[in-house]
Design a binder for this molecule. Structure first.
Ligand code: MCA
Ligand code: AMP
Length: 497
């Protein structure tokens, strides 16, 4: 029986008594204990009717059992669909309707709200040990016949927002995830001697696949934190070898006088991604710690695409070379023709890392994934003679705040639905902590008398907190170019300061 991800990430640890995960309460779970827990949860999923190919929607807190649930989804052959815990009921409803999961796993505290809304089977997980899934798993058998899954079968469905305002479910196969985990583990020389500080959320590519799949592949240890905490990360650095984070982690750590060369002497690697790392952060971090942060670049649809080298120069402001097995070209955004080194164009990527398409959106898939296998990222970049990629901008209208992607169109649609609003333009301005912060310019209908609180009161219940505009600016008209397109750069220049 073959199951591509199970065979590579989980099966090798059945008899591995080395420590795998140290949690916030100090408990240490061995690899063998974790595999047993995976198997118990796999039995619960199967008992709940989950079959190979079924989708499991998970909006659950970050703790050890949630990673075991991910493993159990792999073992049962299901497709794992994790969601940001900040998503509101309205957002969750969209994902559930689009993905049609056969099972929803939610936080115990959300059970009554979610059970009243969906007819799907619901199980609950509580980080305090409560929850129906936890209780059933405690009693379940620790033997399970692993479902057959080939490398092209789907393993995960991750939603990424779109320029149209509707989130798109990126379908990721076993091969997509495993090939990328292998490339990163090799390149970053991750081994069973490593101990990773894991402070990222586990509902995105960075915290789930980049961090956990490489850890499992290498048999490394992980210090598993429920969330980023500056004090906890500082305390763990002397006991660890690696940290993976978004730039906000690094700017926050840099503000801390405890971050010194001595503190970081035992660290091997600091990785940054998900948002641009400022060159000044890179330089300041090296001055404070003696470590050059390794910046890499990726997307939900493609996993990781490029990385600065582990051995060799890590250059601030560049995201490095295409990963082994991954091709990156810079193309003319109009014609799609490849451009020579030094010219700015669209970053396109091809390889085993590239997803299988968007669920229920064949047209969107055709627009972004070429027949020749290249995926059009929407990021603008330039390649140097020696193949290093630098990202210079984005063709897509996107704000990245603290590593979370926010698509203005989604927020504009919600604001425009407020009675009395004629139109709006949502844009990002730079923010010292989060990199970018969300503002909304609003045009009211003639005679309307809405203020910012009235708009926020209607918008906020529908959108996760990190998407909320931090300010509403009332204007008479939006700046537009001769084609009628809103000039967000003009708004950014006007309000950026
Ligand atoms: C929290 N808040 C935010 C964000 N996070 N607002 C905007 N943007 C955010 N990212 C809100 C909180 O709800 C809170 O609201 C207020 O801001 C202050 O929260 P604070 O306690 O300071 O924040 P935090 O809880 O410490 O979180 C900041 C964080 C977190 C640690 C940077 O956002 C985070 O873990 N980000 C990582 C995201 C990530 O994993 N991205 C990878 C995507 P209130 O005002 O109500 O108090 S995968 C990806 O992008 C690709 C594939 C890739 O290449 O990796
Ligand atoms: P997501 O939608 O979460 O998959 O985010 C992917 C986007 O994050 C990419 O298309 C880039 O715009 C951005 N991104 C990821 N890593 C980096 C990086 N190192 N530098 C700049 N942007 C990045």
């Amino acid at each position: 029986m073959t199951n591509t991800l199970y065979d590579a990430l989980i099966a090798p640890h059945i008899h591995n008594n080395n420590p795998f995960m140290q949690c916030d309460d100090g408990t240490v779970l061995s690899y063998a204990d974790w595999v047993k827990r995976v198997t118990q949860i796999a039995n619960v999923l199967a008992e709940a009717g989950v079959k190979p190919g079924d989708r499991i929607l998970v909006q659950a807190p970050k703790f050890a059992d949630t990673i075991a649930l991910y493993g159990a989804a792999i073992q049962t052959g299901a497709v794992y669909l994790p969601l940001n815990t900040a998503y509101t009921q309205a957002e969750l409803t969209y994902f559930a309707q689009d993905a049609e999961p056969s099972l929803i796993v939610c936080d115990t505290k959300d059970a009554s709200r979610i059970e009243g809304t969906f007819e799907t089977t619901i199980l609950t997980l509580g980080s305090d040990g409560s929850g129906s899934l936890t209780k059933l798993a405690n009693k379940a058998a620790d033997a399970f016949e692993t479902a057959e899954r080939g490398s092209d079968d789907l393993a995960a469905l991750l939603y990424t927002s779109g320029t149209t305002g509707r989130s798109k479910g990126a379908m990721l196969s076993h091969k997509n995830l495993l090939s990328n985990a292998r490339a990163l583990t090799d390149l970053w020389e991750i081994t069973d001697q490593d101990r990773l500080i894991h402070a990222l959320p586990i509902f995105h590519t960075h915290g789930l696949f980049v961090a956990m799949n490489t850890t499992l592949l290498a048999g490394a240890q992980v210090r598993f934190m429920a969330a980023f905490s500056q004090d906890a990360v500082i305390a763990e650095i002397p006991k660890s070898t690696m940290l993976m984070g978004v730039p906000t982690f690094y700017t926050r750590l840099l503000d801390d006088p405890r971050l010194t060369k001595e503190l970081c002497a035992g660290m091997r690697l600091f990785v940054s991604g998900s948002a641009p790392l400022l060159a000044e952060t890179h330089t300041a971090f090296e001055a404070a710690t003696g470590h050059r942060i390794l910046e890499r670049y990726g997307m939900t649809e493609t996993n990781m695409i490029t990385s600065n080298p582990f051995e060799g120069d890590r250059i601030a402001g560049t995201v490095g070379h295409a990963l082994p097995g991954t091709e990156v070209i810079i193309s003319d955004p109009e014609t799609g023709k490849p451009l020579p080194a030094g010219e700015v164009g669209m970053i396109e990527v091809r390889g085993d890392n590239v997803f299988q398409g968007y669920l229920n959106m064949p047209e969107k898939t055709r627009e972004e994934l070429r027949e020749n296998g290249f995926f059009i990222t929407g990021d603008l970049g330039v390649k140097s003679e020696d193949g290093r990629i630098s990202i210079v901008g984005r063709q897509k209208d996107l704000i990245i705040s603290g590593g979370y992607n926010i698509y203005p169109k989604e927020i504009e649609d919600v604001i425009n639905d407020v009675a009395g609003v004629l139109e709006s333009a949502v844009f990002g301005i730079s923010h010292a902590d989060f990199g970018e912060s969300v503002l909304a310019a609003v045009i009211l209908e003639p005679g309307a008398t809405l203020d910012d609180q009235a708009i926020a009161g209607q918008v906020e219940p529908l959108l996760a907190r990190f998407k909320h505009p931090r300010q509403y600016i009332f204007k008479d008209a939006l700046p537009r170019n001769t084609m009628g397109k809103v000039q967000k750069n003009v708004l950014r220049d006007e309000y950026g300061a």
